[in-house]
Design a binder for this molecule. Structure first.
Ligand code: PLP
Length: 381
């Protein structure tokens, strides 16, 4: 095993602990997983069923043409962004496309800027592909935003990628067009740097403004990889379909990596993803409204505690409160587990002293989990 061998995700570890306790009969509210608790829409399930009647052979490594066309239409409608057929790569979830992108582009010594708090997989993926993660901590006081100054301070001639994930996991942070313009202006000075705009939560937002993506910055379009997929918006985590859209030469390299690992993601899942993108979309807003209601209910409980400081997330389905005076957030998460609520320690996201709570769970359970959290922190005070 090399020093770059990743450890098991702390999120999965906590989820396993919670599942083991529940199997023993303990009453544990599990707020660990970032997995929608909804089902995929009925037309997706119907497409999956009818796909079984087709010949499901190998299909192109960059995705079946009909799916790439559906992605083109989706991005044109969503962001007014136009991608050619050879600018789209489909993989086994957004996760694999990001991994393939690093694998296709990183050379030893290359740096990847990752603002913290971050999705726990980015640094491991960078290290597994020979790169060096450069973590840039952001602050709760400005809503966990990466500022142009922070970005400029971290960029240099070795920077191969900058990762921006909005709405963020675990922060819930969104960027306005103006804020993105400020970041884009800094990036214009570093033409060797790719931008990874991870937009996987772009349909789950709680602000009225239209969604802004760094991929739409005119001078960055040629070197930005926009990431999206069906896992979060369409509740299709297990289908494993995600995509990256960007410069044709990068997409071609990503496709070569894909062709040498798992060839393609499941042809059946791709048929279902076409149905997801081409079918009715109204339910996306309905679900976002439900998440929002849960967010507000949870916030009300958490804000009752002196021990917690919490920013209202603008998107995604996580709360990321800071726990005052906590020295070891991993230990705290284990203590909370004993008190009947499973959370993920902030150190898993590069921010010790915080906890992540997923509100992709039933509202009554969520509120009960937050009450248990607050009661144990108050008890410990
Ligand atoms: N990007 C972020 C920020 C995520 O939180 C996740 C999943 O949790 C992914 C990418 C991966 O999504 P997928 O299920 O499409 O691989």
């Amino acid at each position: 095993m090399s020093s770059n061998t990743p450890t098991l995700s702390p999120i999965l570890l906590m989820a396993r602990h919670a599942a083991a306790l529940r199997a023993e009969g303990h009453d544990v509210v599990d707020l660990t997983l970032g997995e929608p608790d909804f089902s995929p829409p009925a037309h997706v399930l119907a497409a999956t069923q009818s796909g079984l009647g087709q010949k499901l052979g190998y299909s192109p490594s960059n995705g079946i043409p009909e799916l790439r066309r559906a992605i083109q239409t989706n991005l044109l409608t969503k962001h007014h962004l136009s991608y050619d057929d050879d600018q789209i790569a489909v993989g086994c979830g957004a996760k694999q496309v990001i991994f393939n992108a690093f694998s296709a582009s990183l050379r030893p010594g290359d740096e990847v800027i990752i603002p913290a708090p971050y999705w726990a997989s980015y640094p491991d993926m960078v290290k597994m592909n020979g790169g060096t993660p450069v973590i840039v901590p952001t602050a709760l006081s400005n809503g966990f935003r990466l500022t142009p100054e922070m970005l400029l301070g971290a960029l240099n001639e070795r920077t191969r990628w900058v990762v921006l994930n909005a709405p963020g996991n675990p922060s819930g942070t969104l960027y306005s067009e103006d804020e993105l313009r400020g970041l884009a202006e800094v990036l214009e000075g570093f033409p060797q740097t790719f931008v990874l705009s991870d937009d996987i939560y772009s349909h789950i937002r709680y602000t009225p403004e239209a969604y802004a993506t760094l991929a739409a910055a005119p001078k960055l379009f040629e070197r930005t990889l926009l990431i999206d997929g069906v896992s979060k918006a369409y509740a299709m985590t297990g289908w494993r379909v995600g995509w990256g859209c960007g410069p044709a030469n990068l997409i071609s390299a990503i496709t070569s990596v894909q062709s040498q690992n798992c060839t393609q993601t499941s042809t059946l899942s791709q048929l279902a993803a076409i149905a997801a993108l081409s079918g009715p979309q109204e339910f996306l807003e309905e679900r976002a409204a439900i998440y929002r209601q849960r967010r507000d209910a949870a916030l009300e409980v958490l804000r009752g505690s002196q021990a917690l400081e919490v920013v209202e997330p603008e998107g995604a389905f996580y709360l990321f409160p800071k726990v005052s005076g906590v020295i070891n957030d991993a230990k705290l998460a284990l203590l909370l587990l004993e008190a009947g609520v499973a959370t993920v320690p902030g150190s898993a996201f590069g921010m010790p002293g915080y906890l992540r709570l997923s509100f992709a769970t039933d509202e009554a359970l969520l509120v009960e989990g937050c009450r248990r959290l607050v009661a144990s922190l108050e008890g410990a005070a």
